[in-house]
Write a protein that binds this ligand. Structure first.
Ligand SMILES: [Zn+2]
Ligand SMILES: [Zn+2]
Length: 419
């Protein structure tokens, strides 16, 4: 595997009480071995310093993780059905695996689209969620990049072929064999006992070590959730199209992705204009750093913005009129779409839209594992965080309805441990 990890040598939390954590570990392993239940891990983790392993000694995989182990989640049992409690197994922790006790999972529009079959048929039962954060509870013998107790996250992918042209170049998201997505990918039972990868609306997950993102101590786990998908999805194109000091950037749609894009582009030095359909988001857009806000393609403002932008990032996940936006691009500039609508309702461009100023219409899908780590570290460095509203798992159906009704301000995050 050629995956590169920016955080591979990040400092660990100082470990000052090895003796007591060793005893905690033994207690935990004994408990876990007796019950086979991962839920006990929280008792262990709550006891404090978890990074007990010394650098040289691999952490043994506890008995609870040497065979498939039970977890709880919320799943759609059929296309478009409400999410209901679902008990299933995660695979045994293999040599290159990391088991993570999930604390938080962000609610992404993709969860809803996938569950509703908007992008084509899905596999059921389906546990969605790919903005996962938590703590490592077990690692395989071949794992050295994270240790038990580390604060980590998992984004949209949990594996890829590792040897194709794209993977070799560090673009796992564009893997020629298709990356293994965090949920909904058909896999052998040895990978996920249900035969379908299952996401983060659940109590624990097991993933390949190269797909684990490190969460710095200075970033709250709840806030880090939406960084795993929303933040990297906007960070990757902002970087690819070289947004920098002095760039004039348009951000279209200010939801979960957009509100992070405004903050990140501003931190990169850009002058940001937000396009929104929600008048009540104007004040927030300015709070996130936007210089200007355009509501519902306000005609006067659109006229004044002709040939203004070096780059436009479009986060809207529904069909919408893009021609007016293209008119605000400078010559040769690009608009990049990261929002994905419904398959039967693709966006369309007028026949002259791209030729008038030699503009490009582009797309971008999430980001690589390396970029995901960069996005988290960038947020940490610039003190950028999503506006998060914590919810309980049992509220998920109402929350999905609220997301579709554009009520999110700006990211719902499931507090998996909340009763
Ligand atoms: Zn997502
Ligand atoms: Zn590949």
């Amino acid at each position: 595997m050629s995956h590169v990890h920016g955080g591979g040598d990040a400092p660990h939390q100082p470990n000052t009480d090895t003796a007591s954590s060793d005893s905690d570990r033994r207690k935990f392993l004994k408990l876990a071995a007796g019950s086979g239940a991962i839920g006990l891990s929280s008792t262990f983790l709550a006891s404090g310093s978890a990074s007990a392993a010394t650098a040289a000694a691999p952490t043994p995989v506890g008995a609870a993780f040497q065979k498939p182990f039970p977890v709880h989640g919320y799943a759609a049992k059929a296309q478009g059905s409400a999410l209901t409690p679902f008990a299933f197994d995660r695979r045994a922790v293999g040599p290159n695996d990391v088991a993570i006790d999930i604390h938080y999972c962000g609610v992404c529009h993709s969860d809803i689209h996938t569950s509703h079959g908007d992008w084509g048929p899905s596999r059921y039962p389906l546990v969605t969620g790919h903005e996962i954060t938590g703590k490592v509870v077990a690692v395989g013998s071949g794992v050295s990049n994270v240790r038990v107790g580390d604060r980590v996250g998992v984004g949209c992918m949990v594996d890829s072929c590792g040897h194709c042209h794209e993977c070799s170049a560090g673009f796992e998201q564009y893997c020629e064999e298709g990356p293994m997505m965090t949920y909904g990918s058909e896999v052998p039972a040895s990978v996920e006992p249900t035969g379908t990868t299952q996401g983060g609306y659940s109590t624990a997950v097991v993933v390949n070590k190269d797909f684990v993102i490190r969460v710095p101590d200075t970033v709250e786990l709840a806030a880090a959730g939406p960084m795993m998908c929303a933040a990297v999805t906007v960070y990757s194109p902002l970087r690819h199209w070289s947004v920098r000091k002095g760039s004039k950037v348009g951000i279209v749609g200010m939801g979960g992705l957009g509100h992070l894009a405004v903050q990140m582009a501003t931190a990169m030095g850009a002058e940001v204009t937000v396009f929104t359909t929600s008048p009540d988001k104007v004040a927030d857009a300015k709070r996130f750093g936007a210089k200007e806000v355009v509501v519902n393609y306000d005609a006067d403002k659109m006229k004044g913005l002709a040939r203004t932008f070096d780059f436009i990032l479009n986060t809207v996940p529904y069909k919408h009129d893009m021609d007016p936006l293209m008119a605000t691009l400078k010559r040769d500039a690009t608009i990049c779409l990261v929002g994905i609508g419904k398959a039967p309702e693709p966006n369309q461009l007028g026949i002259f839209t791209t030729i008038n100023k030699r503009n490009s219409f582009a797309g971008s899908m999430i980001g690589s594992i390396h970029e995901t780590q960069e996005a988290v570290d960038f947020c940490d460095l610039h003190k950028i965080a999503p506006d998060v509203k914590l919810i309980r798992m049992a509220q998920i159906n109402q929350v999905w309805a609220d997301v579709v009704a554009k009520k999110a301000r700006y990211r719902y995050v499931i507090d998996v441990k909340a009763a």
